[in-house]
Structures are given as structure tokens and as C-alpha cells.
Design a binder for this molecule. Sequence first.
Ligand SMILES: Nc1ncnc2c1ncn2[C@@H]1O[C@H](COP(=O)(O)OP(=O)(O)OP(=O)(O)O)[C@@H](O)[C@H]1O
Ligand SMILES: [Mg+2]
Length: 315
Amino acid sequence: MVSGRVSSYTSPPQSTPVAKPVEKHVGRILAIANQKGGVGKTTTAVNLAASLAVAEQRTLLIDADPQGNATSGCGISRDDFSLHTYDVLLGEATIDQALVRSVQFRHLDVLPTTPDLAAVEVELVDVEDRVSRMRDALKPIRDRYDVILIDCPPSLGLITLNMLVAADALLIPLQCEYYALEGLSQLLGTVQRVQDSVNPALDVDSVLLTMYDARLNLSRQVAADAREHFGEKVFQTVIPRNIRLAEAPSFGKPIVVYDVASVGAQAYMAVAHELIKRLATEKSEDVAAAEAPSDSTSGSIANDAASTPASEHTA
Ligand SMILES: Nc1ncnc2c1ncn2[C@@H]1O[C@H](COP(=O)(O)OP(=O)(O)OP(=O)(O)O)[C@@H](O)[C@H]1O
Ligand SMILES: [Mg+2]
């Protein structure tokens, strides 16, 4: 089931005598995932990343889908890079070496991909640290960003697992269509397994309703069901079905460049602002928690925290 955990940037306060405010700016890592195909993962990854960059958030977009649609959707062609996500997961390049910097916007960097990435599913199968490759690769660079978005493929294989292990939270795009919620149990089951093993801090903290058509009862019903099920995790903003959003990738442009006045562009900008607000709230809660007297937290909680990946965020 859906985790009720409050998402956090840092480990829970530990029993140190001096309270230390969180000073370092650590990038929140959001995996955009839904194993159902065509629900708007890539459209959300590209356009939310671009909207965040427009709002001067330092943003990294990782293309983790061998289809490479986020790479091309940002206007990056095969000639623009040599190293990519495959090389990073195989340990043959650092993210720094493979990044394409300032893609269309000063604040947007992209880790591109090619169809080669699909081979990772086979090539890493017998490798011991196979699920933590992306998490380890992100460690040295995450504090350079405000937000890191990962576009996941429509499957729950080794690539998606790597991204769930690396992520602080999931952002689930939910297409306002038949069976939108039914398909989620498999994804949430995988999330649960990741939480129970390698990444206890993983949170499902946002759901975005996509391809919403206000004229259809069905769209309204799916939206109502999602809000009932996920509560405040669902963004207030819904992404409407908008032809300009579907056209933009063939021009290699995020919607804010292709048609800033479109309802699609306005919607993704609104989601970006909601996200920025949420992250600011979480950050101030973390600072407050870090400054709070620490005697109430000792023993098992502190010990648990020491063994969670979340504790690495302040390292
Ligand atoms: N709000 C929207 N309005 C109109 N078309 C959209 C919208 N969102 C996405 N699309 C179109 O729907 C198709 C699927 O979207 P997208 O590629 O983002 O889904 P996906 O979940 O990434 O797919 P996959 O599972 O194959 O990776 C694309 O052709 C895209 O242009
Ligand atoms: Mg996609």
C-alpha cells in the first residue's frame, strides 16, 4: 500500500548534544514512474524539468528510458553527447562526464540516453550492487541541484529498480482513463519491496493527473478516486489533454519554449510552483527538526536512521 511516511531531506534527528541546522542544499530526487505505458511520464519529466528551470531551480533531468524520448524531447540529438545513462550504470563514466549542461535553459542539465540502455537489464544481472548503481552515481553531484527528476521506463525491471533505490520519492503520473488506479497495485508493491529492503526512505509523495478532459465524466471520476485514495499527495493542478503538448516533442522543445501561452505550458508551470512550495515546506520542517532539542530521539530510532539511505543526504 501507499506509504504514509512524511518525506524528508535528511535523516531523523539523532541524539547529538548540539542541534545543527541543515545548511547544505541537497537535491530532491523524484523518480517519475508508472509501469503503464503512455500515461505521460516523459511529457511530465521534460516539461516539469523545463518549468522548474524557468523558475530558476537548478534541475537535473535523467533519462532512464531506453526509448530516449526525454533526451530527444529536450532537443538533444545523438551528435550532442558520447557518454550516457548506460555508461553511468555500467560504471564506465561519472554523471559529471556524461551530462549535457544548460539544455535550452541555464538551470537545466540532462543525462541523456540511447537504446543501448536496454542492455543494462542483462549486463548487470549478476553484479552484486546492481540495484544501487544510480544511487551511488548521484551521491557526489546531488547537492548541486534543487531537484533531480528521473524519467523511468514503462516496466519494473532492473533499470526502474535502480531509479527507485536512488530516489527520495516517486511522482506518479496518472492518466485520467479507464483502469488508471488498477494498474498501480503492481507499482506500489514494488515500491513496498524497495522500502522493505534497500531504500526505507522511499516515499510516494506525489501523484499528477494527466490528459484530463473536463468534459468527460470518466476524467472527473478518475480524478475524484485518485484524490480519495492519495489525498493531498495529488497535485491540485491537473494536466489537460492539449494538442500542443503532443506536438512539442517533435520540435525538440519543452512546451514553455514551443508555446508558452498554451494551457499545457500553463499547467506544467503551475505544477512546478506547487512542487517548489512543497519542497520549501519540507525543507523548513527539516530545519525545524534539526534545530529541535534532540533528547526525545534516541535508541532505536537513531539507530534505525543510521542504517537508512536517508542519512546519506547530509553526509
Ligand atoms: N496532456 C497531454 N495532452 C495530449 N497529449 C499528451 C499529453 N501528455 C502526453 N501526451 C502524449 O501522449 C503520448 C504518451 O505520452 P508520454 O510519452 O509522455 O507517456 P509515457 O508514460 O512516457 O510513455 P512510455 O510509457 O512509452 O514511456 C505521447 O504521444 C505524448 O505526446
Ligand atoms: Mg516515456
